[in-house]
Design a protein around this ligand. Structure first.
Ligand code: SAM
Length: 286
């Protein structure tokens, strides 16, 4: 350990003024870092999404610093107050859990602080994207995190279509009530791609389940998932068996006309729409 590091672990220096982006645990409170505790204890004010949520963390780590509610829709007075304070004192920014700004508020504040020449620094720590990725067993040399999948069917498909050909593992945040529908949509497009569902990371009921989207959709239909979820889609692989166009058409015909089903499958596979339409008519009459 170098000297500078051991000094900061022992908190021998007062914090300099500025904005400190502080990651907090995503479940297990033991994941709070020594630097996070140091900054939260010694800063002038903590900007947080919800004072009740952050208040619980502060109680657990025995910190009594005052809090100020902040999100990206906060009034300009609140932002100005935080920026003014950060010019002369240390100000911490936290979110309810994990790393601020990652699908969480903070972007506008960081941007404004940088523009104002305020010292901005980060105290890294837990982040569900990374925790889920490392647990999933999916390739992680490259990955693409795309926040939450849209809730509406068409918008969700559009996003999957947009990202699907990229040769990386895709990572999304997801919620229990939406998981099954998302898995069904993924299964329609990529029946053979490897999927992982990482749930309740760092908590008592942490689990990571892998399989095809359809297998997982069936599982979660029978066992509705509770808690917080990271959904991961493995990269497309050359040797993965491609979906049988007949299977895709049959599935699309469940809720679409032959013409629409042919259009959907043409989009997914790049096959000729007219040929698919003729085949859809045959399958419909079988
Ligand atoms: N900024 C946070 C971070 O660094 O992970 C993420 C905030 S985002 C509003 C909340 C989403 O993160 C949840 O809906 C879930 O998808 C994911 N998440 C947070 N904690 C998690 C956990 N313990 N296990 C699995 N997913 C989690």
């Amino acid at each position: 350990m170098n000297t500078q590091r051991s000094e900061s672990v022992r908190n021998s220096k007062p914090l300099e003024p500025g904005l400190y982006i502080v990651a907090t645990p995503i479940g297990n409170l033991g994941d709070v870092t020594i630097r996070a505790v140091d900054v939260l204890r010694n800063c002038a004010v903590i900007a947080c999404e919800d004072t009740r949520v952050t208040g619980k963390l502060l109680k657990a780590i025995d910190v009594s610093t005052r809090m100020r509610r902040y999100d990206d829709h906060a009034s300009s007075e609140t932002r100005d107050f935080l920026l003014q304070t950060a010019l002369s004192e240390p100000v911490a920014l936290v979110s309810d859990a994990g790393t601020p700004l990652v699908s969480d508020p903070g972007y506008r504040l960081v941007r404004a602080a940088r523009d104002a020449g305020i010292h901005v620094t980060t105290i890294p720590g837990a982040c569900a994207v990374v925790a889920g990725l490392t647990l999933s067993g999916l390739p992680n040399d490259r990955f693409l995190f795309a926040g939450f999948l849209p809730n509406k069917d068409k918008a969700r498909k559009d996003v999957l279509n947009e990202l699907g050909a990229i040769e990386t593992t895709l990572v999304f945040y997801e919620t229990g009530p939406r998981l099954e529908r998302s898995l069904r949509a993924i299964g329609e497009m990529w029946p053979t791609r490897e999927i992982a569902v990482a749930r309740e990371l760092t908590k008592l009921h942490e689990e990571c389940r892998a399989g095809t989207a359809d297998d997982l959709a069936q599982h979660y239909a029978a066992h509705p998932p509770k808690g917080e979820i990271v959904l991961l889609i493995g990269p497309p692989t050359d040797n993965a068996p491609t979906a049988d166009p007949d299977d895709l058409l049959r599935s699309a015909l469940l809720d679409s006309s032959p013409s629409k089903a042919a259009g959907k499958v043409a989009k997914m596979t790049g096959l000729d729409r007219q040929t698919l339409y003729s085949r859809a008519i045959e399958l419909k009459s079988e």
